[in-house]
Design a protein around this ligand. Structure first.
Ligand SMILES: [Mg+2]
Length: 450
């Protein structure tokens, strides 16, 4: 633990890409060949003090655009006092979303907003390192009034006021010590998407689904939406593999119009899907509400592409979702996700975060653990997505035991990657990509085990 001193001296950015498309890892109905990527940010501080690491996730082409968007924020960050940033990360968040010229590129949506998320998350990593705590504990220990001060309530007060947020957080503190002990003992429930990628064979699907149950998971997820006959066959195989007592979610990745979403989900009903995820456009609030009415009792889940707290507010107000899937790096970082967690708590909708990708499991576990310890106080019907990819590139990777995320103990946001991984997978001149281009043959992702 080091008391924060000095100023931010540099914002380093990296275009990091992994060749995941070559194994069809991550393949779904809308994204058949993703190369999981991170627009990665390192905040450096005076005198070689603690760094802050953050990133946002993309799936390949366009990661350079995402990095350019982070670069456009640099002048807001360099020269800031580290102590000031750590005491009030919200001050930078408000300045970034309020830049009147950059705001035209949103407002508060898309590439620019995700860039802000990467920078803001890097600040929270720095703050947690300076405090000597994992981020979940920094948030859980924080004064409720200070947490409220970190939230931008603009556009929210018809659904959630600062006074209501303060009441929720104050109530959330009651019994927090006992829940911290329980979290450290048991961890936080996870579900796994690893068996269900669309590009996997039925044999691989069946083998991985059985393996998931043997490893202690009580929920799996399958990608659907490309071909109905294939989906029926795959859902049948997966249900047979896991038995009736395991929850099986399905995920269409925005593939359908509203009517098709209802019809397709009903055609899979005999396999008892627990939720249908991203049935249609993430912007279509009323469409989600119609799907929810049409597919009941199958639940409707969405969030990984929901662009900001305002759309989440509307999804909740419209009764359009049963499960809210916030993403640690889609919106403007921890500050906006605090607002989203509070909205979900106010409306009584469980949060089951989106994860996977590059490092999203590492990030989002902190938000769910805070929610359990110091906001909603429950893990009932709550699970964090888990995907078994690319964790070896992180200094403090997630640990899963018996279907649960272990609570991180190291200071920070678990967001820092190994230097060797950055050097190998920076595109296009990192050692992996340079060798790949020189060989003329597509390589695999096995060269670096940092
Ligand atoms: Mg999904």
């Amino acid at each position: 633990m080091s008391a924060p001193t000095g100023r931010i001296t540099a914002v380093d950015t990296y275009d990091i890409r992994f060749p995941t498309s070559r194994e069809l890892d991550g393949s779904d109905a809308m994204n058949p060949d993703p190369d999981y990527s991170a627009a990665y940010v390192v905040l450096r501080t005076e005198g070689g003090g603690p760094e802050g690491h953050g990133f946002t996730f993309t799936i390949g082409r366009g990661n350079d655009v995402q990095v350019a968007a982070v670069d456009a924020l640099r002048d807001h960050v360099v020269g800031r006092s580290v102590a000031g940033l750590c005491a009030d990360p919200g001050s930078l968040y408000r300045d970034l979303i309020g830049d009147s010229q950059l705001r035209w590129l949103g407002p508060e949506k898309g590439v620019m907003h995700m860039a802000i998320g990467a920078v803001v998350n890097a600040v929270w990593d720095l703050a947690a390192r300076c405090e000597g705590k994992p981020l979940w504990r920094l948030l859980a220990d924080a004064d409720p009034a200070w947490l409220v001060s970190q939230i931008d309530f603009r556009y929210l007060t018809d659904a959630l006021t600062p006074e209501e947020a303060l009441a929720l957080l104050s109530k959330g503190k009651q019994g927090a010590a006992g829940r911290t002990a329980e979290l450290l003992r048991r961890g936080y429930p996870a579900y796994t998407t690893s068996p269900g990628w669309l590009g996997y064979s039925d044999e691989k699907l069946t083998r991985l689904a059985r393996q998931a149950v043997a490893e202690g998971f009580t929920q799996i997820k399958l990608k659907v939406g490309a071909d109905l006959d294939d989906d029926i066959r795959r859902c049948r195989a997966a249900r047979a593999a896991v038995g009736p007592g395991i929850r099986m979610a399905v995920d269409a990745n925005q593939r359908w119009d509203v009517g098709e979403a209802v019809a397709w989900t009903k055609a899979l009903a005999e396999f008892d899907p627990y939720w249908i995820e991203e049935p249609t456009s993430p912007d279509d609030v009323l469409g989600h509400a119609a799907v929810r009415r049409g597919v009941h009792p199958v639940k409707v889940a969405t969030g990984e592409h929901v662009q900001n707290r305002v759309v989440f507010k509307q999804l909740l107000q419209a009764g359009a979702v049963d499960v809210l899937q916030l993403d640690a790096a889609r919106v403007a970082g921890v500050n906006e996700n605090l607002a989203i967690l509070l909205l979900a708590a106010k409306f009584g909708v469980p949060v089951c975060p989106h994860a996977g990708g590059v490092g999203l499991c590492e990030l989002v576990q902190h938000l769910s653990m805070f929610d359990y310890v110091a906001l909603t106080g429950t893990t009932e019907d709550r699970v964090i997505e888990y995907v078994d990819h690319l964790h070896q590139h992180f200094l403090d990777p997630v640990v899963i035991t018996d279907g649960h995320y272990r609570a991180p103990a190291s200071p920070g946001f678990s967001s820092a990657m190994h230097r060797a991984s950055i050097d190998a997978y920076t595109y296009p001149h990192g050692t992996f990509w340079a060798a790949d281009a020189a060989s003329g043959e597509p390589g695999t992702d096995t060269e670096v085990h940092a």
